[in-house]
Ligand binder design. Structure first.
Ligand code: TLP
Length: 350
């Protein structure tokens, strides 16, 4: 049997979700007439403490709309160097919004106001004006790291002095809330818009949300349609999304414990480097360069042991825990990694 740690996007809908999907009351959502979508949007807004929310097919679309809402063509978007909007969204911020990224490197992917302040462009004849600050919470490619609330507060105070908006890519913001032990509305209170994914850690088969003021969401609805995201009888998807939203945040603690467990096991393997104490949520990024195997080869060898994990660069792999992987699966994965590492060239020569 294959154990899939490639992403928390790989989960299958639970039997309860499938039943809810089969029974969902639906209508044409482009006319605003799908009662299940409307319920999901109301609940998401309530839970996030925002005026309104919009159901969209993907996190990429939610972020694309988020960027568009706050910017004009020819502006810069400040984001972290390893952020999803900058690296993994096919340059949508340029393609749809006509903006360029102003990436800023921050320790653990967590931007501080001082770094952002320095990246804001002064008005002048040569510079594209800054249009938006984008923060990713949790920060995926730095290992699921979480923004402390006071850091977000400080960014928000600085941003409002500069009359700049903040969009939070909160694809895994419920993981951040779980880690902080705070309601998710506290985590997003200081940002203008937030996107989050029902289809990642929360386990729905499809769907993301964007939330913010009523006025912004009215515009967001038009951008969603422009992007081809008018989904008609989308209540079948929203029904699974509602279960993900209501039931699954409470499950995230066990994903986090499994990630920490996996990282601790990996830290004991010679030639693998990972700081287990830094694991905050459900993502473990570990260094295999000590094995002298390129990360992609390490990934292929792991696959032969029935364990799927993707390389994220030449030296590191990423493992993401989710509700379809158990503690036993994490144990099996750690054993497979130890075997691949001990079979590597370096291990045989030392
Ligand atoms: N992340 C995926 C890959 O695209 C890397 C994953 O497996 O983690 N924001 C963040 C922080 C994300 O991690 C992702 C997806 C998205 C946005 C985009 O969501 P989708 O895939 O629904 O467009």
């Amino acid at each position: 049997m294959t154990i899939d740690f490639r992403s928390d996007t790989v989960t299958r809908p639970t039997p309860e979700m499938r039943r809810a999907m089969a029974d969902a009351e639906v209508g044409d959502d482009v006319y605003g007439e799908d009662p299940t979508v409307n319920r999901l949007e109301r609940r998401a807004a309530e839970i996030l403490g925002k005026e309104a929310a919009l159901f969209v097919p993907t996190g990429t679309m939610a972020n694309t709309i988020g960027v568009k809402l706050h910017t004009e063509h020819g502006q810069e978007v400040i984001c972290e160097t390893r952020s999803h909007v900058f690296n993994y969204e096919l340059a949508m911020l340029a393609w749809f919004s006509g903006c360029v990224a102003r990436p800023v490197f921050a320790e653990d992917g967590i931007l501080r106001w001082e770094q952002i302040r320095k990246a804001i462009r002064p008005l002048g004849p040569h510079w594209a004006p800054t249009g938006l600050i984008e923060i990713e919470n949790t920060s995926n490619m730095t290992g699921g790291t979480v923004y402390p609330l006071e850091v977000i507060r400080e960014i928000s105070e600085g941003a409002s002095e500069h009359k700049l908006s903040i969009h939070m890519d909160g694809a895994r913001v419920f993981n951040a809330a779980e880690y902080l032990g705070k309601p998710v509305k506290d985590v997003v209170a200081d940002v203008d818009t937030v996107s989050f994914c029902l289809s990642k850690a929360l386990g729905a088969p499809v769907g993301s949300m964007i939330a913010g003021s009523g006025e912004l969401m009215r515009r967001a609805r038009l951008y969603r349609k422009r992007l081809g995201g008018g989904m008609r009888q989308a209540g079948v998807l929203a029904a699974a999304g509602l279960i993900a939203l209501e039931e699954h945040p409470r499950r995230l603690a066990s994903d986090h414990a499994n990630a920490r467990f996996l990282a601790e096991a990996l830290a004991r393997i010679p030639a693998i480097k990972v700081d287990a104490a830094k694991i905050q949520t459900n993502i473990v990024i570990f260094d295999v360069s000590g094995t002298e195997l390129p990360a992609a080869d390490f990934s292929s060898r792991l696959k032969a042991h029935g364990v799927l994990m993707n390389a994220v660069n030449e030296t590191h792999l990423r493992a993401v825990t989710h509700y379809d992987v158990s503690r036993e699966a994490a144990e099996t994965a750690a054993r497979a990694i130890a075997e691949v590492a001990s079979g590597s060239v370096r291990a045989q020569t030392v």
